[in-house]
Each structure stands twice: as structure tokens, then as C-alpha cells.
Ligand binder design. Structure first.
Ligand code: ZN
Length: 604
């Protein structure tokens, strides 16, 4: 059912929208070969080995969205996965920070950031003195984006993925492709030996990639971009999917609330309907960025995933192919409106339908009986702090400057003398043309050269800084590099263990701060015109770590499993059922409780 109505818009746009929602076989459908009739999941149509592994990630999909909204799901999407798949009720990430890049690096490696090296979305690189993204790669170029733009690649990912192992095992006959609106979410699950990763450009509305994978974009991707499907969405109106607001009021509260504090750059309201123009008169960068904050960006992703399946013939051969699709728009919307908002609820209901469309397509092309589908998320989200505070939870919001101030005061109180001002003990880094103080991802980076110059012991300086920051109300704990490198962390301490699993010596800072529950610190965006967030994630607490983990496929017995599990378990489980070597850093366990009796006896 389509609730998005165009505002004085032409019928081609309506037709496109209906096609995106799967209601009309026009536009995109015209370009693809005829689809055979839908197959049931039967033994008869099964190939000797799974033909496709389909990883579906919804960015910032909290576990409790299954219970809060599950009865409103349709029968084809997440509802089908919950019914026909093996679902773990207690799957938690075991690392901090619970961010997008570290989470996406876990799924197909079976390893934590302490091994994958993907410790955050971006971090400070000591060797070059600059801020880098998890997928920055200046030795490559972008394809399809702005001209002469440096590229992105998985070179900073230190571990192999399930896709890599598939291709290593069968002489590259398997195809491995990652797709997302976000670059990191496309690149990292696919891995280093992937055939391709594709993501969305907010510069020009294209699906883009990089020279890490090939010299030119494949023909079918150029054709897809030539349709300018993003442009056709200019001025589209996002209204609630369900006709009655009462359902939203009951489950997500009022729509128009003050803590959905939109900054000016959004050019939008904090209530339905949202009209998507980015404040522009025609499609341009602000519009493409605005589109990221709507369900329509997920529609584009599904349309592109279907094109990838059709044109790359994924699941059509006798090798096992791997497709990773990560829905980013849910994260953007969650940041802007928070997890207890009508918008987050609507995004959840819509992504269920969008996943249903994708699964139906995979069923018609490959057969779900020949496919292993994994559904999970990269992290959860905490409520908007101002909303949490109203509910008597300890909601609190810090600015980077608040933390820097107490840290610098603490260092100066301990070390400053007449001949030693002690003002440069926090390392500075280059970020584009700016110099910034070394605090990122709640990691403080100390200036080792300055400390050495002044004869100050690094270990002690770490503790002095940590104690100073601890004085801020709402700061729970600090961990020093010394502690983390010398194994003085007890694995029985869950917060300490998660910090340790998120620490990679060459990339992490020297003092790592953990806040009390419901307190957040959000790093300001590099581009001051970028939207500022209301809610965020990154903590070691269950609202950020607890995610869905569902696997649907013939080797898995459907049902709910209450055993403790983690996203690190996905890769070793897949490697096991596919008969592959587990990825190089894999530390997860095989989720044996859900393997069918037939599969278990085959193992023995
Ligand atoms: Zn996020």
C-alpha cells in the first residue's frame, strides 16, 4: 500500500514510485529479463550447495523493533524471516564503539575491531598525522562520482571475509558484491577480494564505486545511473505507511516533539508529511542528502540490488555467490528523530516491505531454497537525551569541547610549571585544511613527543587525563592504553571486555572514555552544513549492542533460540555450512543449536 503522495507531481514520478514499491511492472522491470514463476522452498528445486548467500543489514535496527513493531510486519519481509528463519533473541555486539564501520566489519569476518582494525568510522592516523575514514584509500579513484575524487577501498580491513574465503576456495568462480547507501557499509562486508562494492553519491545522485574493483563502472551500472531515479524523487512526500496515526501514537508517541531538533540544514519539519527537496529548487547535493533521510533511498537500494542480481547473474551458476545489502536510511532517520519516534517506526515498517520485495525477487530468480539469508544490524541506538531526561532516565549530551576542557585542565593542574606550560599534551591532527584536537570516538590521543620532551611518563599522563575526565558528571569509566595492552582487563567485566575488543593499538587513542547509560557525545560533522544528530549510538549498553540475528536457509531449523550469540558468530557458521575455511580472524562460534538434524549428521 502506498501512502506517499506526490505534491502536484506528474504521472511518470507516480509510476516510478509504484514500480519502486513493486506495484507496477514498469520502468526498472522493463529492462530486466522475464522472471520465472515463484518457486516454493522445496527439496526438488535445491541445488547441491547454496547458490546465494544474502546478507541483509538494516543500519541502527534495534532488537526491540521486532517486538515493538513485529505484529505490523507483512508476510514477505522481516515477518517471513522471523517465521521461517532461526532467530537469536540474545545477540549482542561485544565491542565498543558500536558504530557502523566496526559493526559492518564484524559480520563476514567473525572478528572484533581489535582484529579487523576497523575501530571506528574514522580515526586519527598517527603515522600521517591526519584523520582517516575506515575506507579511505588515496591510491584509488572514485568511479561515477565527482571527477578526480580519491577513492575508497577495504585496504584497512585486516581480516578475510566469507566472500574472500569463497573466492579463495573455488578459484574466484564465486561472485561477491556489496551494496549500500554508505560506502563503508558496502565495502566492508564484501571484503578485500570482492568483485565490487557500490554505494550512493550525495554529490550527484549516482550509484558509484572505485578503481579498487575495476577501471570502469560496469555497463549495467551506467545504464542504471542514466535513468536518474533519484532525481525523479525530487519533491516526493513521505507520509505514514499506515493510514491511522493512532497506531503510531500508541507505539511511538507524539509526532511533533521538541527534542526532534532539526537543524536548519535539513530544510524539513519534525512531523509528517516530510517533503523531500533539501530546500532546493531542483535536484542537487542538499536534495540527495535529504533523500538519505527518507525511505525512498532504501527503495533505490532495492531497485539497484535487483539489477545487480539480474545483470551479474548472482545465484545462477553452480558456485555460491554472496550479496550484501545494507539499508542506511534507517540510521539517518534514527539519528534525526530517535528510536522512539513515529519516523523511526515508519522506517521500520517500510524496510520490512522493502526487504519483502527483495526476498520475493531472490525467490523468483534463485529460489529461497537455494539461498541462505542473514538478517542483522550493525548497532542499535539510544533515545534522544532530552527525551530520556524527561522520562527520568539519565539522558545527557556532551560536546567535544566539554571533554577537552576538563582533560586539558587536569593535565595542566598536574604538570604545568613556569618553564613548562603543558598546553600541548593532547595531540593535534590534520582534517582536510583544519587542525583539530585529538579526541575522537571518545578516544583521547596524547602527544607522545611533547610528553617525552617534558620528561613525563606516558602511563601516568594517561591516568591523570582519565581521572580529570572522570570528574565530569555522567562519565562512568576510563581505560588507558597501558591497561589494554598489558592484559590487565578482566573478561568477566563486560564493559572492559567490550572496550578491549574495540581497541587496536596502532589506530586507537591512549585514553578511552565510557559514559553512563543514556549519556552521549556526538562528534560534530566535518562539514558544518551537515546535519547534526539528535540521537546516536556507540556505547557498550544493550540499547546499542542488542541486535536481531536471523538466519533463514535449508541447513537451519526455524525457531527462536535463547542462547547467547553475537554477530561474530555469523561468519564461522556460514563457513561451516558452506564447507569453507573460517575467515582469517574468526573468533565466533558455530551456531550449532539451529543446524538441522540432517546438517548435523552430515558433519559427523
Ligand atoms: Zn549511525
Amino acid at each position: 500500500m502506498n501512502r506517499f503522495r506526490s505534491r502536484g507531481v506528474l504521472s511518470p514520478l507516480l509510476a516510478l514510485l509504484l514500480a519502486l514499491a513493486g506495484a507496477l511492472p514498469v520502468s526498472i522491470a522493463q529492462a530486466r529479463p522475464r522472471i520465472p514463476a515463484r518457486r516454493a522452498i522445496t527439496k526438488a528445486s535445491q541445488s547441491p550447495r547454496p547458490r546465494l548467500v544474502l546478507l541483509i543489514v538494516v543500519d541502527q535496527f534495534r532488537y526491540d523493533y521486532l517486538s515493538r513493531f513485529g505484529d505490523l510486519f507483512g508476510s514477505r519481509g522481516i515477518g517471513r524471516l522471523m517465521r521461517a528463519g532461526a532467530s537469536w533473541t540474545e545477540a549482542n555486539f561485544d565491542h565498543v564503539p558500536t558504530f557502523t564501520a566496526p559493526g559492518h566489519a564484524v559480520f563476514m569476518t567473525g572478528a572484533s575491531p581489535s582484529q579487523t582494525g576497523i575501530v571506528a568510522n574514522e580515526w586519527y592516523e598517527r603515522e600521517t598525522g591526519r584523520k582517516v575514514k575506515s575506507i579511505t584509500d588515496d591510491s584509488t579513484m572514485m568511479l561515477g562520482g565527482k571527477p578526480n575524487e580519491k577513492g575508497k577501498s577495504p585496504r584497512r580491513l585486516l581480516c578475510s571475509t566469507v566472500g574472500d574465503e569463497l573466492r579463495l576456495a573455488d578459484g574466484d568462480r564465486s561472485k561477491v558484491i556489496g551494496i549500500s547507501a554508505k560506502d563503508r557499509s558496502a565495502i566492508l562486508p564484501a571484503g578485500r577480494r570482492a568483485n565490487a562494492a557500490y554505494w550512493f553519491s550525495t554529490d550527484n545522485g549516482n550509484i558509484i564505486s572505485g578503481t579498487y574493483y575495476f577501471e570502469h563502472l560496469p555497463e549495467w551500472v551506467v545504464r542504471f545511473n542514466n535513468r536518474h531515479m533519484a532525481d525523479a524523487l525530487f519533491g516526493v512526500r513521505w507520509d505514514r505507511l499506515l493510514p491511522n496515526e493512532a497506531e503510531y501514537l500508541r507505539r511511538a508517541g507524539r509526532d511533533d516533539v521538541p527534542w526532534e531538533n532539526l537543524d536548519k540544514s535539513s530544510a524539513d519539519t519534525n512531523f509528517f508529511p516530510h517533503v523531500v527537496t533539501g530546500g532546493s529548487a531542483a535536484p542537487d547535493k542538499p536534495f540527495y542528502r535529504a533523500l538519505d533521510y527518507t525511505p525512498f533511498s532504501n527503495d533505490l537500494l532495492v531497485a539497484f540490488a535487483e539489477e545487480a542480481i539480474a545483470n551479474e547473474r548472482l545465484g545462477a551458476g553452480d558456485a555460491t555467490d554472496l550479496l550484501s545489502v545494507s539499508f542506511s536510511a534507517n540510521d539517518y532517520v534514527g539519528h534525526r528523530f530517535g528510536p522512539y519516534s513515529q519516523e523511526a517506526m515508519d522506517m521500520t515498517l517500510r524496510v520490512d516491505r522493502q526487504i519483502g520485495k527483495l526476498l520475493d525477487f531472490v525467490d523468483s530468480r534463485v529460489g529461497l531454497g537455494n539461498t541462505i539469508v542473514i538478517f542483522t544490524a550493525d548497532h542499535g541506538a539510544s533515545p534522544v537525551p532530552e527525551q530520556a531526561a524527561l522520562l527520568n532516565l539519565a539522558g545527557r549530551r556532551y560536546q567535544k569541547a566539554d571533554l577537552l576542557k576538563v582533560a586539558e585542565e587536569g593535565l595542566q593542574a598536574r604538570y604545568a610549571r613556569k618553564d613548562r606550560p603543558a598546553t600541548d599534551y593532547i595531540q593535534t591532527f590534520q582534517n582536510r585544511d583544519e587542525t583539530e584536537q585529538g579526541l575522537l570516538n571518545s578516544n583521547f590521543y596524547l602527544n607522545r613527543r611533547a610528553l617525552q620532551r617534558d620528561g613525563i611518563d606516558l602511563d601516568e599522563a594517561e591516568r591523570v587525563l582519565g581521572e580529570a575526565v572522570l570528574k565530569l558528571p555522567g562519565v562512568a569509566r576510563y581505560f588507558t592504553r597501558r591497561q589494554l595492552e598489558n592484559n590487565s582487563i578482566s573478561p568477566a567485566d563486560p564493559v572492559a571486555r567490550r572496550v578491549l575488543h574495540g581497541f587496536y593499538s596502532q589506530r586507537s587513542g591512549d585514553v578511552i572514555i565510557v559514559y553512563e547509560p543514556y549519556a552521549i557525545q556526538f562528534d560534530p560533522p566535518d562539514d558544518p552544513t551537515d546535519p547534526h544528530s539528535s540521537a546516536t549510538h556507540g556505547s557498550p549498553y544493550s540499547y546499542d549492542t542488542h541486535v536481531p540475528l536471523i538466519i533463514m536457509g535449508r541447513d537451519f531449523a526455524s525457531g527462536r533460540y535463547t542462547q547467547a550469540a553475537a554477530p561474530t558468530d555469523i561468519a564461522p557458521t556460514l563457513a561451516h555450512v558452506l564447507g569453507l575455511e573460517a575467515p582469517s580472524c574468526s573468533v565466533g562460534r558455530v551456531l550449532a543449536e539451529a543446524l538441522t538434524a540432517a546438517r548435523q549428521s552430515k558433519v559427523r
